[in-house]
Design a protein around this ligand. Sequence first.
Ligand SMILES: *[C@@H]1O[C@H](CO)[C@@H](O)[C@H](O)[C@H]1NC(C)=O
Ligand SMILES: *[C@@H]1O[C@H](CO)[C@@H](O)[C@H](O)[C@H]1NC(C)=O
Ligand SMILES: *[C@@H]1O[C@H](CO)[C@@H](O)[C@H](O)[C@H]1NC(C)=O
Ligand SMILES: *[C@@H]1O[C@H](CO)[C@@H](O)[C@H](O)[C@H]1NC(C)=O
Length: 448
Amino acid sequence: MFSIVIFLAFGLCFVDSQFPRVCTSEASFRTKTCCPLWKDKSPCGSLSGRGKCIAWAASTAKKIPQYNDDRLDWPRHYYENTCECFGNYSGFNCGDCKFGYHGEKCDRKKIIVRREIRELSALEQRRFFSYLALAKTTKSQDFVVLSTGDRHHRETYRFVDASLYDIFAWLHYYSMKPIMINSTFIPEKNFAHQGPVFPGWHRLGLLFLEREMQRLTGDEDFALPYFDWRSEKNCTICTDDLMGTNDAQGVLNPYSHFSFWKAICSGFNFQDEYCPLADAEYKMERLHRRPGTTPYAPNLPTLEDVENLLKLRDFDTPPFNETSLRSFRNGIEGFLAPDGITLKRSIHNLVHIYMGGTMSQIPISANDPIFILHHGFIDKIFETWISKYRGSPDSYPENNEMGHRPNECSTPYFPCYRNKDLIRKSLEFGYEYSAFPRKPPLGRNGFQ
Ligand SMILES: *[C@@H]1O[C@H](CO)[C@@H](O)[C@H](O)[C@H]1NC(C)=O
Ligand SMILES: *[C@@H]1O[C@H](CO)[C@@H](O)[C@H](O)[C@H]1NC(C)=O
Ligand SMILES: *[C@@H]1O[C@H](CO)[C@@H](O)[C@H](O)[C@H]1NC(C)=O
Ligand SMILES: *[C@@H]1O[C@H](CO)[C@@H](O)[C@H](O)[C@H]1NC(C)=O
């Protein structure tokens, strides 16, 4: 078994998300082109009808000045030509399939079921942890991450290796840095939070990790688990069999799975850096967690909180930021209470703060695998809202927030996924959620 896993790790190519190693050559940046050759030796597999190299510059003529953010109008600062894939094909070189499709011709549809971590058998739980260990220690063959100590100086930008799991954590970190316009940072604006993109951006992140883990292990049926935290008295999955216990300082028990994991991009407090120590593992912090000890977040959200949240019919409302009222997005993100009218920490944000340590430092929070379980459940609530209100790309609001406009590419993913296109039933992306019935009060919305 072990040798098969290793063979697959090096024998397959990874074809999603940031930054494609082949597109970080001097020639790629000079020509602003990321249209790699596929197996048939043509860019984007065009000879085989998989896709074609298209120019972004033609559709959006504005130039991004040097002193503005490199992520604006993604991916145009880096590439004006990228692959557009046809039919069921996807990936930065169209060598991959859209989420939910498999096979050489991507014509095999498959639905996997994401289950609550406590629904998994002991064997399935062990498998999840060993896959994670592999993802944390296997260098990505196809992707590198961007690192710099000074965002104002483009000549200091460099691309460094990272493991598959660290690429996932980095995606979140990179998207969350404040937007820089004319050398000035706008702290409350970023590319994954505080706006309509929040649920879809995180959905895409989980899909990315799930598929890379399937590929790494050769296990096409692998599905990420979730943690249904509603009305839990404490962090019930913080046992040494599952996510790990911690001491009073927040240090994870050495007998638990993640105690020696290091957090990429830790020491993130400087808004003008992009993960400057990405390749200096010895300087990264270990994971920390202190569930239930933050005075203003002593409890997890309740069954009733989620019931009330699901009464919010509008996906998002003006001004499309953390002050939006009667907005499902602001409610699930957790700047708005489930009553829809009180601005206070709730649902998603509350769970991050409740967990303490690494999880409560939101930019680096994806380093703690409990992030996956939490966001799996957030995505399940999102999915319930989509079913209940027949959510679709049309539910996504017109708005003018940088990075959050409906037709912008979700930043920094490859290939382009338009923000609005992430409001679709999960079955379209090849997965669904198990029901995980809870004790009364039973959901009036039928949410299980
Ligand atoms: C995509 O996959 C579906 C489901 O297997 C198949 O019916 C369809 O023909 C495929 N589309 C293309 C364009 O290959
Ligand atoms: C940045 O500054 C330039 C020159 O002062 C100005 O023309 C431009 O509108 C500014 N851009 C933004 C987005 O504020
Ligand atoms: C949660 O509460 C139970 C019962 O009071 C206790 O045994 C357990 O240690 C607690 N777990 C954590 C992570 O605090
Ligand atoms: C939200 O948007 C409104 C209207 O544009 C603005 O006045 C307010 O400062 C914004 N608040 C935050 C926290 O971004």
